[in-house]
Structures are given as C-alpha cells and as structure tokens.
Design a binder for this molecule. Structure first.
Ligand code: FAD
Length: 281
C-alpha cells in the first residue's frame, strides 16, 4: 500500500528500518526481529541500500521477502549515486511486478574513491524526477533536522529539500536526532518554505555511548551534553536502560507535538524498539 495514502488516513504512523545482513549467519537475527516487531502492526517497514550498490540484490531480496513471507508493507531505499537509469528501471520493474508501492529515493553518501564522471544522477531530486516521469511509486525523501553535513547552511538545506518535494517526494523521513527542539524547528522552517508533506521522525534507540557516537559522526547529528553525561562510564545494561528511557520520553514529546510518524532505526534488533512501542501505545 502507498505510504502517502496511509499518511492521509492516519494521525501517526509507526515504521521500522532494517538493513540486509551481510553475512548469512546474521539473517536469523533479522528474521527474529521482523517476527517480533510484526506484532506491533507497522504501517510500513523499510530496507536500506548500500550507496555503492553493493547490497543491491540483498536489498531487493529482503524487500520481496518482507512482502511475501511476512505480509508487511515494504519501502525499498534506493540510492542514486552509483545507479544508472538502467539499474533504476530494472529495480522499479521488479518492485512493480511484486506489487511494491514505495521507494525512499536517496542520493547516498559519496564513496571515498568515487569517480563523479560516471554519475547519471547527482542529487536525489534527479532520481525522484526520473522515477516520477517513468514509474508510479509513492516516494519518500530524506530530511535533516540539523542540516545535511555537506549543506552550506540550514536555509540551503531546506531549499534543496523543497526541490525533492517539488520533484514528487510525498513524505519526508528524518535523519536520527536526539533533541526534539531541532525537529520542531525543522518542521517550522520546512512549512515556511512551503513544504506541506508529512514529516516522519527518525528515532534511534541508543544502545551504548560508543554506538551513538559512531552514528552521529557519520550523519552530523548532535547528542545533548546531558545525554552524553548520563551515558558516560555506564555498562551495556545501564546504557540500554538510559537509551530506551530517553527514546520513550523523546517519542512522548513528539507525539504530544503532533508528529506524523515515528520511524525506528532498529539496527535489526528488536528489544529497545519493542519496549519503546509498548510503553507508548
Ligand atoms: P540529496 O538530497 O541529493 O542531498 C545531498 C547533498 O547535496 C546535501 O548536502 C544537499 O543539501 C545537497 N544538494 C541537494 N540538491 C542540491 C542542488 N540542487 N545543488 C547543490 N546541492 C544540492 N544512505 C545509504 O547509502 N543507504 C540508505 O539506505 C540510506 N537510507 C537513509 C534513510 C534516511 C531516512 C536518511 C535520512 C538517510 C539515509 N541514507 C542512506 C543517508 C543518505 O544517503 C545520505 O545522507 C546522503 O549523503 C544524502 O542523501 P540525500 O538523498 O539526502 O541527498
């Protein structure tokens, strides 16, 4: 089912993100995670895609499996940085043949040894334009409450986000963030710029200080000092409890503020996400 239609008919959506395991021996963890989280009736689940295209086949396989085996509503991530039109068409055809309606259209991070002369799509908005012209999908795009690391300013960031919506993006899923004021400020800036599509909050339950530091380094989000202090020197169990409690409070405040959806970056683990959802609903 098209995510844009679900968003039209529901106050708040719940969704989960998974990544295709690299090693076969880790697949059972994802199967188990899907089994457990399925019970929470997600409106959709999304499957990530390697920017360099290395996980392409696995992403497609898992997207189909999630639909056929688990009867969930999948959204496939598709990065364009190293995709050409032929690859996009092949993937789109496979998704259509399997009645999959949703794509998260992304640029992807630029790999270190990347040769830009091979690019057919430079930015995500070009992929969206291409998909809209040639295929019929409900298209989501990425948004950055604290700005994308390469953006020269927050103003430019919103300007480029608007280009993705004007090109046909129907909803936005945000990068992870830990400070809700940044999210609410982002919504305000987006609205001022004329962006009127639903904005879904990306939530990452913190499992340890090292894990969260690694992620924010990659995506440019900030961790509030108070949160760093509370995690410092804590063992695995304590960190899990602090991180889960933090995410519960963060989600409660977002729900009170009228957030249109909560999208959980599960990292293929179910414990924290399950606990958060059970506490919220
Ligand atoms: P774009 O919107 O194209 O933006 C990229 C950069 O270019 C930004 O700095 C933007 O400000 C700038 N820009 C955009 N348009 C223009 C323009 N016209 N002129 C000049 N500058 C411009 N990565 C993966 O590899 N696989 C995934 O599965 C994946 N899933 C993600 C899911 C979510 C919800 C989010 C938030 C991110 C995800 N990412 C994923 C990360 C994403 O690919 C990176 O953040 C990437 O660097 C930017 O992708 P984008 O689609 O936002 O790019």
């Amino acid at each position: 089912m098209r995510i844009s239609e679900i968003l039209n008919s529901k106050k708040t959506t719940i969704s989960f993100e998974f990544f295709p395991p690299k090693k076969a021996e880790n697949e059972h963890t994802l199967f188990e995670t899907i089994e457990v989280l399925k019970k929470h009736n997600p409106d959709f689940v999304s499957i990530t895609y390697g920017a360099g295209g290395s996980t392409k086949d696995k992403t497609i396989d898992w997207t189909l499996k999630i639909k056929q085996t688990y009867h969930l509503n999948p959204m496939m991530h598709l990065t364009c940085i190293s995709s050409n039109k032929e690859t996009v068409d092949t993937i789109a055809k496979t998704l259509k043949e399997n009645k999959i309606d949703n794509i998260l259209a992304l640029r992807g991070d630029i790999p270190k040894d990347f040769n830009p002369s091979t690019m057919e799509f430079k930015y995500a908005y070009q992929l969206i334009e291409y998909l809209k012209r040639n295929w019929d999908f409900s298209i989501g795009v990425a948004g950055y409450p604290e700005g994308h690391p390469e953006s020269p300013s927050l103003e430019k960031d919103i300007e480029y986000l608007k280009m993705k919506i004007d090109a046909g993006g129907e909803f936005i899923i945000t990068q992870l963030f830990f400070d809700n004021t940044k999210f609410f400020d982002f919504i305000e800036r987006a609205e001022k710029a004329g962006i009127d599509v639903p904005i879904i909050a990306g939530i990452m339950p913190i499992l340890s200080l090292n894990q969260v530091k690694r992620f924010v380094e990659m995506c440019g989000a900030t961790i509030p000092k108070k949160l760093i202090d509370s995690l410092t020197g804590k063992d695995k169990e304590e960190s899990y409890k602090i991180g889960t409690d933090y995410a519960i409070k963060q989600c409660e405040e977002l729900l009170e503020g009228g957030v249109r959806g909560l999208h959980f970056y599960t990292l293929n683990k179910y414990n924290a996400t399950k606990e958060i959802i059970e506490s919220l609903f």
